[in-house]
Design a protein around this ligand. Structure first.
Ligand code: PMP
Ligand code: GLN
Length: 386
């Protein structure tokens, strides 16, 4: 008999952990799990170190340090012209992962339907199910990942409570267009549905793509919850500091879950992030432009190895179709194969679907140093004889 909770035991171990451990065991270059090389901006780290040594190390307020909540509210205004009250409309969480869980646990009643777009980030489905929600998956298809408007329309009904939107979208590196957001907005209003907007890659957008938070569209202010992550914005993924912006009636529901999940988040790290969010626009622009160079470097290298690379408008990730390499197995087998034989790791796209989906697509992470990417390409080229 299964001892643990049956919803959670049906998921096994997350693909990010599985691939990172396999990568370590093979001394491979890990382009699987999304984390940057390096140690983040030194000034941000120094503020946290200073607070650890000389400052706050006891429980901070449950909603987060006032300095960080103010900084989140002023970024909402600076980047999106979104006016928010830091006292009643901003909550600090232990990463976007906890923010998502707090939103889903705080809002879902057993039987409520939640619309999810596939391919989807791996924590969404288990948490929706554990909260008693009923997932309705709508699939975006490669190579363009366009929003399938008719299917989406059909997914809504009078039991739908929540729509979960991730833009810029992991793993397919899509940034939703204004037109797509307007379509979503119309459906939310028509069916009286709330949106949880996972915007952790908000500042990692390339070329002409523009990130528009759904909450900024007309009539969306009281319907949307916007989630960000300092892990991505400051290349410090291990810090796990996230932030939620929502109107006070929604935030009250989320707070009720947050207080019993983690209650709070390390205060010294919050102080570092508060400092970071006050950086000038130059910081945010160069974060994206540096990353765009690494994207292009990796894309060229993968193409030289015979893979077809899909369009990448944002995030840390690029998707490659490996069919032309001649490998006959599925995406999981291909990821294991290149980890063991070429000593470069990636993530199989099939891990991002609600039901098992066989794909020939794999996800590579490019938030790495130029040399790391160059070495990974060299290894792949050598292995495939290119
Ligand atoms: N959402 C998406 C789409 C992600 O890719 C990630 C991964 N980092 C998260 C949420 C979780 O973010 P955090 O590390 O801040 O919990
Ligand atoms: N968000 C990261 C990714 O997509 C992984 C985070 C995690 O390992 N939980 O690679």
């Amino acid at each position: 008999m299964e001892t643990g909770n049956s919803v959670l035991s049906s998921f096994g171990t997350t693909i990010f952990e599985v691939m990172s451990r396999l990568s370590d065991a093979n001394e491979a270059i890990n382009l699987g799990q999304g984390f940057p090389d390096g140690n983040g901006p030194p000034d941000v780290v120094n503020v946290a170190v200073d607070y650890i040594k000389n400052g706050i190390n006891q429980y901070p307020p449950m909603l987060g340090l006032p300095a960080l909540r103010k900084a989140v509210a002023s970024c909402n205004a600076r980047f999106y012209d979104l006016q928010t009250d830091w006292q009643t409309e901003v909550l600090i969480t232990s990463g976007a992962t906890e923010a998502l869980a707090a939103c889903l646990f705080g809002l879902i009643e057993p039987g409520d339907e939640v619309i999810l777009l596939e391919p989807l980030y791996d924590s969404y489905l288990p948490i929706v199910l554990r909260a008693g929600g009923v997932p309705k998956c709508v699939r975006l298809k490669p190579p363009n990942w366009k929003l399938p408007v008719e299917e989406l329309n059909n997914a809504f009904n009078n039991r739908t409570k929540i729509f979960l939107l991730n833009t810029p979208m992991n793993p397919c590196a899509k940034v939703f267009s204004l037109k797509e957001l307007q379509t979503i907005s119309r459906l939310l209003q028509k069916h009286n549905v709330f949106a949880i907007c996972d915007e952790v890659y908000e500042h990692l957008v390339f070329g002409s793509a523009e990130h528009v938070p759904l909450i900024t569209l007309p009539n969306m202010r009281d319907r949307c919850i916007r989630i960000g992550s300092a892990g991505k914005t400051f290349s410090l993924t291990g810090w796990k500091v996230g932030y939620v912006t929502a109107s006070s009636h929604l935030l009250s529901c989320i707070k009720r879950a947050h207080q019993f999940l983690t209650f709070t988040t390390p205060p010294n790290l919050q102080a570092g992030v508060a400092f970071g969010l006050k950086k000038s626009n130059d910081y945010f622009c160069s974060l994206a432009s540096e990353l765009q160079c690494r994207r292009d470097q990796l894309a060229l290298g993968l193409e030289a190895c015979g893979m077809e690379v899909l369009r990448c408008e944002g995030t840390y990730f690029i998707i490659a179709d490996y069919e032309a390499t001649g490998f006959g197995g599925n995406d999981k087998e291909f990821c294991r194969y290149i980890t063991e034989k070429a000593r470069v790791s990636a993530i199989p796209l099939s891990a991002f679907y609600c039901d098992e989906e066989i794909t020939k697509h794999i996800r590579f992470c490019f938030c790495k140093d130029e040399e790391t990417i160059a070495t990974a390409i060299l290894r792949l080229k050598r292995h495939f004889g290119c």
